[in-house]
Design a protein around this ligand. Sequence first.
Ligand SMILES: *Cc1c(COP(=O)(O)O)cnc(C)c1O
Length: 442
Amino acid sequence: MSKLAIFGGEKAVKTINPEMERWPIYTEEDEAAVVDVLRNRNMSGSDITKKFEREFADWMGVKYALGYNSGTSSLMAAMYGAGVRRGDEVICPTITYWASCLQVYGLGGTVVFANVDDRTLCIDPDDIERKITPKTRAIMAVHYLGHPCDMDRIMDIARRHGIKVIEDVSHAQGGKYKGRMLGTIGDVAGISLMTGKAFAIGEAGMLVTNDREIYEHAMALGMYERTDEEITCPDLKPYTGLPLCGYKFRMHQMSSAVGRVQLKYYDQRCEEIRRAMNRFWDLLEGVPGIRPHRADESEGTTMGGFYLPHGIYVPEELGGLSVTRFCEAVRAEGAVKCLPGCNAALHTHPVFQTADVYGDGVPTRIANSDYDVRRLDENLADAERIGERVFRVPWLKKFIPEQIEEYANAFKKVVENYEELLEGDPGNPKTIGAWYRNTNEK
Ligand SMILES: *Cc1c(COP(=O)(O)O)cnc(C)c1O
């Protein structure tokens, strides 16, 4: 192939079709739905939200859905619903966004971090087993970057130990595990629906569950008037009408209105994304140094919206070329979204090491424990370096074969000419990836 673009050669990606990466897709129908809410002066009610919840629950195939103002609050409510209280431990993968677990501080609980599998980038079931203590109340199963967790093993571990499973479906709305919708396998799920996600309706989140008790306790945490009619649990009944923990968590009705429209087209739009992304990865099958981060679809397991797709990088197959240099060369070819790393390991962040958020005189992570949970972080060294073995790829929304081929060619060309990049490879920086977004992004 021709000379690498980073050395002045022609780019592999000739022209970029703006439709290719445009997301979310909003039409006049979404606009009309928002204007309608505005004209009806009905932004803080819950009638539209309740309709959205019903439709969302039917789509997922669950009994209950509860609309939140963010994925963060839906996950906090899921924890409360699952019974997480003072001193309890939630086991969470260390490679995820902080909002999978940091809210547990607000419930008086703490986080125990687990390793991730280096192929799926999802929580490693073997490490869950190792991290279970008498204080473990729940496992946070994050379907990371769209990839479903190994739910059979996670559910088996949870049932054997009598602990709850919370699914964080913020990266994987509409994805399936062995034919079952993600979010319906554990005891309860929290799902971000904010603008950056695959299911994008503004700032919003959804909690789903089949468990009435979890549903009511989640509702009691941060909902107002609707608890009057819906609470039946005797421990909650005397306190209906106001949020027990003082939070106000209900979904903005403009988001609910957009959500109802988005839901109608979501599966169809995701199907196109899935075709495009699978074609992209199929074209790169067998290319040394890079592997897809995608589900094996043979058993009915899928990636949903393929949120923020990544690849697995194997530097040993490319003479030790750093992922940083590799991505730089691919970007020069015109695939501008190729970035090294993913989320950085949460257990190393000061908020999980030293921060005394509530003034206890000790780090909050251990304030409610009778031992220092931080010592359980010891075996997470591989996760701390995961950024050296992961890279982001373009998130393709349209099935445009010629364009997909150009993107794939950018990666192929760099792999074929990797030796030219070894000289002058500055290596990777100390940390790759970021806590809340990829700071390598320009
Ligand atoms: C985005 C995200 C959240 C939080 O959702 P918000 O809607 O931003 O509050 C939680 N978990 C994961 C894995 C996320 O990516």
